[in-house]
Write a protein that binds this ligand. Structure first.
Ligand code: BGC
Length: 346
């Protein structure tokens, strides 16, 4: 645990941003709201109050600086909007959009940020940046229903259930922090109704996206930690069971069956989500098994990678990524954040 805190602390930018990975070619110099919010949750649970508060101050600056963009997007919401016009997925460490092409538009990070801010404020005394909370929640309430890239920055044409779960958690958090907009409350109800009507497969588990019968390990977050469904709700039970049946292998967890990124390895951070779900359902031994697997993936210096490449779904697709982006991202701060979350839970 102390090594994970140290890795995150040492890499946090003076600006407050948590970089995804300091060394990996495609991520270096950038911070994602999704990664950052889960890293912050791990640090908040570990009692690293000042680090997390600095992260939220950075997020608040980044978001309020885009108020005019949000107002403009909302005023044009009924016309055609291209994904590239929407708010960014990731930012440079000083909060700019950055100049490298990326898979922008992803809504989940804005929801996960709001969710973590409320969690942090509940645990520690912090001044809540209400202006940024209002901008983010107005943005999500206006666009929650439209397609965007998923957690894995894929399938921009779909509406992803894990994204809807993150937005739902974020909007509920905004209300708990004092947002009273009718549109925010309508969006919360709208997400619940849409998922109940179209987000659950005939087998009773959440769908990767509306219309798909596949599962994706990101769906785990809809139960723990987001709480869209309580751990004993039949949809939660079926989702966790199906993700584990299809995607878990000896303590490690794949993203989804068709994953070819670096050949499709097992992700350290997803073992954290599955562990959290076992813990939430009262299965501490199972949860501990995932925590142990996570710890066992650390390099001798304690760094955790993004994914582990020993038992690949598509081994012949590994090399193309190695050539393109170099060795797997290590240390991935989100892996360390999840390790702290599950460790604190247990
Ligand atoms: C993953 C994202 C993640 C990003 C930075 C990408 O490869 O698909 O989920 O946010 O890396 O860690």
């Amino acid at each position: 645990m102390s090594r994970s805190v140290q890795v995150i602390r040492e890499n946090q930018s003076p600006s407050g941003a948590y970089p995804a990975c300091p060394t990996f070619s495609a991520y270096a110099g950038y911070a994602w709201l999704r990664d950052g919010a889960f890293i912050a949750e791990g640090m908040s649970r570990a009692g690293e109050e000042a680090s997390v508060t600095a992260f939220h101050e950075w997020c608040a600056r980044v978001i309020t600086a885009r108020t005019a963009q949000v107002d403009d997007l909302i005023s044009r919401r009924h016309g055609p909007l291209s994904p590239g016009e929407m708010l960014p997925t990731r930012f440079t460490l000083d909060g700019a959009d950055g100049t490298d092409d990326w898979w922008d538009h992803q809504l989940d990070g804005y929801g996960t940020w709001l969710w973590q801010l409320a969690e942090h404020a509940r645990r520690h005394s912090v001044e809540v940046p209400m202006e940024a909370v209002r901008v983010a929640s107005r943005y999500l309430a206006a666009f929650w229903d439209s397609p965007c890239y998923d957690w894995w920055e894929e399938h921009v044409e779909q509406r992803h259930v894990a994204t809807l779960g993150a937005v739902h958690a974020g909007l509920r958090a905004a209300v708990s922090l004092g947002v009273t907009d009718a549109e925010v409350k309508e969006a919360i109800g709208g997400i619940e109704a849409l998922i109940a009507a179209e987000g659950v497969s005939a087998k009773g588990h959440l769908r990767k996206w509306l219309g798909s019968d596949e599962v994706d390990a990101s769906l785990l977050a809809c139960v723990a930690p987001f709480g869209l469904y309580a751990p004993d709700h039949p949809v939660a039970v079926a989702t966790v069971a199906e993700v584990e049946r299809q995607l878990a292998h000896e303590g490690g967890v794949y993203r989804y069956r068709a994953d070819t990124f670096y050949g499709g390895g097992r992700w350290v951070l997803l073992a954290g989500f599955l562990g959290l779900n076992h813990a939430a359902a009262g299965r501490r031994d199972e949860a501990s098994r995932y925590l142990e697997w996570m710890a066992a993936q650390a390099l001798p210096n304690g760094d955790l990678p993004e994914q582990v490449s020993d038992v690949l779904l598509f081994p012949d697709r590994y090399d193309e990524w190695l050539q393109r982006w170099g060795t797997v991202a290590t240390p991935l701060l989100w892996s360390h954040g999840m390790y702290l979350m599950l460790g604190a839970e247990l």
